[in-house]
Design a protein around this ligand. Structure first.
Ligand code: ADP
Length: 257
């Protein structure tokens, strides 16, 4: 199995390459666990660039991104944050779940995401023009119902936005075979089971099972779990703790396994 194997859904690899060539920032949207991170890692391999990942959260400050002065051994020295490192090294900076970050923390990205392509480090008094290989890629899940957070439209319009979704059933099954070394018929049953829950989305109001949970279930099966057992612990149990919903899900799943 190749490390950062990525199975293309539509044209996202081509669009990623075009954005990289034109040095414009890219926004990947789609449900959790559908392959956004894997695509970025894969493109890092394809383009021969390091990927520096920042997992965004609501306590993330602009100093966490760009860096800060630190006291070490009596000296005060500047320490680059991951965004500054990525700019200096001409890497791909991947900001995962960018919607979680506070708007004011993201303001530092403005000069990097327009024609200036420059990072201004006010505190360090430094101005760093981004090399051609620097690329900013952000991702978020717009359908996450329990999230009240939204990205500002003015921020979103700075990006080429590529929507990613779960793969069609036959190709999602291939991903499971590739990632977890299970047989194709077993993979197909897992995907059928997931799709029946995804299609019952109107009834069950939660994030549908992702490719990620299917990969985990497939790995458990590769280690000897039964299909029902793996589905229960990897796919169904993480979805809902409500007993009635859980038994409804179990029935749906059992029909396919
Ligand atoms: P996201 O970043 O969208 O939450 P990930 O990229 O972390 O999701 O995907 C979760 C896992 O699902 C990956 O580690 C990989 O095993 C698998 N996966 C999902 N989509 C694909 C794909 N298109 N090609 C290969 N693997 C995939």
């Amino acid at each position: 199995m190749k490390n950062n194997y990525y199975h293309e859904n539509k044209n996202e690899i081509t669009l990623f390459k075009m954005a990289a060539e034109q040095r414009v920032p890219l926004m990947l949207t789609g449900p959790t666990g559908c392959g956004k991170t894997r695509l970025v890692e894969h493109m890092g391999d394809v383009l021969g660039r390091e990927v520096i990942t920042i997992s965004c959260h609501d306590d993330l400050t602009s100093s966490d991104l760009v860096g800060r002065f630190m006291v070490t051994g009596g000296d005060v020295i500047w320490s680059d944050g991951p965004l500054t490192k990525a700019v200096k090294e001409g890497a791909i900076c991947y900001m995962d779940e960018v919607v979680e970050a506070r708007h004011d923390s993201l303001a530092v990205l403005h000069s990097l995401t327009d024609h200036r392509r420059t990072l201004y480090l006010d505190r360090a008094g430094e101005t760093i023009p981004a090399p051609d290989t620097f690329m900013l890629v952000c991702s978020y899940n717009p359908a996450y119902r329990s999230s009240l957070k939204e990205l500002k439209p003015s921020f979103r319009q700075r990006f080429v936005t590529v929507a990613i979704d779960y793969l069609p059933a036959d190709r999602e099954a291939e991903v499971l075979v590739n990632e977890a070394d299970i047989s194709l018929p077993v993979a197909e049953r897992l995907v059928k089971c997931a799709n029946s829950i995804r299609n019952a989305d109107d009834v069950f109001h939660f994030e549908p099972p992702s490719t990620r949970v299917l990969v985990t279930a497939a790995k458990m099966i590769a280690s000897g779990a039964s299909e029902l057992e793996a589905t229960e612990v990897c796919v169904l149990a993480p979805l809902s703790s409500d007993g009635a919903i859980a038994s409804g899900l179990a029935e749906l799943a059992a029909a396919h396994l």
